[in-house]
Design a protein around this ligand. Structure first.
Ligand SMILES: C[S@@+](CC[C@H](N)C(=O)[O-])C[C@H]1O[C@@H](n2cnc3c(N)ncnc32)[C@H](O)[C@@H]1O
Length: 210
């Protein structure tokens, strides 16, 4: 077992301990059109200070666009398909982008997201739900999560209102900012619970007086 395998296996133990069975593939390969990739990165306000993680990176188009067009510091992809990873690494070498683009041929649920300032997703709604607790635990304040076509249930987008997503043709783009995406939702639900309790209390009080 080399260092990388050992890191993966301890990440796997940590996942199982915290969240149960490790999910495997959560989406088939369907590429995001390049104009939608650009719009996603614009909405995430990607720039030179950012580290972008594309979880399920396919052919690496988000990684290359982030580095070559938006000048981000680093882009990291996780992908189960080995031949796609090899082809990305070949292009990285051809373009001299070693150190700026990394790809891990492994399960995205085992990625360490603590250094990510932007996470991009094109998975499924149920895949996003499985990932949600990890995003909430590992992402730093200020990090953005941009999801193509599928929302993260229980989170609130930066757009708010209706609709809660941006559109590019028929494509939907959901943009979230950590921790507002989930802190406000939880605080609201706390308020709701408190308001409901207060109403019950007032009704009981009135009942006792009448
Ligand atoms: C819909 S494609 C998106 C590709 C790319 N992000 C894009 O937007 O063009 C989803 C990709 O996620 C990969 N994938 C699905 N589940 C995965 C997992 N558990 N770990 C790593 N990759 C995964 C699939 O192999 C597929 O290439």
């Amino acid at each position: 077992m080399d260092g990388g395998d050992r890191r993966m296996s301890s990440a796997q133990e940590r996942w199982s301990y915290r969240w149960g069975p490790l999910p495997s593939s959560v989406a088939p390969y369907v590429p995001t059109p390049i104009q939608v990739v650009r719009r996603m990165l614009e909405l995430a306000e990607a720039g030179e200070d950012d580290v972008v993680y594309d979880l399920g990176c396919g052919d690496g188009r988000i990684l290359f666009t982030a580095v070559e067009e938006f000048g981000v510091k680093k882009a990291v992809g996780y992908e189960l398909n080995a031949s796609m990873c090899e082809s990305i690494m070949r292009r990285v070498r051809e373009r001299g982008l070693e150190g700026r683009i990394e790809v891990v041929n492994g399960n995205l649920f085992l990625a360490d997201l603590r250094e990510a300032s932007i996470v991009t997703l094109y998975l499924t709604t149920s895949g996003n739900s499985k990932l949600r607790p990890k995003l909430e635990e590992e992402l730093r304040p200020g990090a953005r999560v941009v999801s193509h076509d599928f929302p993260i249930r229980g989170w609130r987008t930066v757009k708010g209102g209706y609709p809660d997503h941006y559109s590019y043709g028929t494509h939907r783009i959901y943009v979230y900012r950590v921790p507002d995406a989930f802190r406000i939702v939880y605080e609201d639900s706390g308020d709701d619970r408190w308001r409901r309790l207060r109403e019950i209390f007032l009704r009981l009080e009135r009942g006792n007086r009448d």
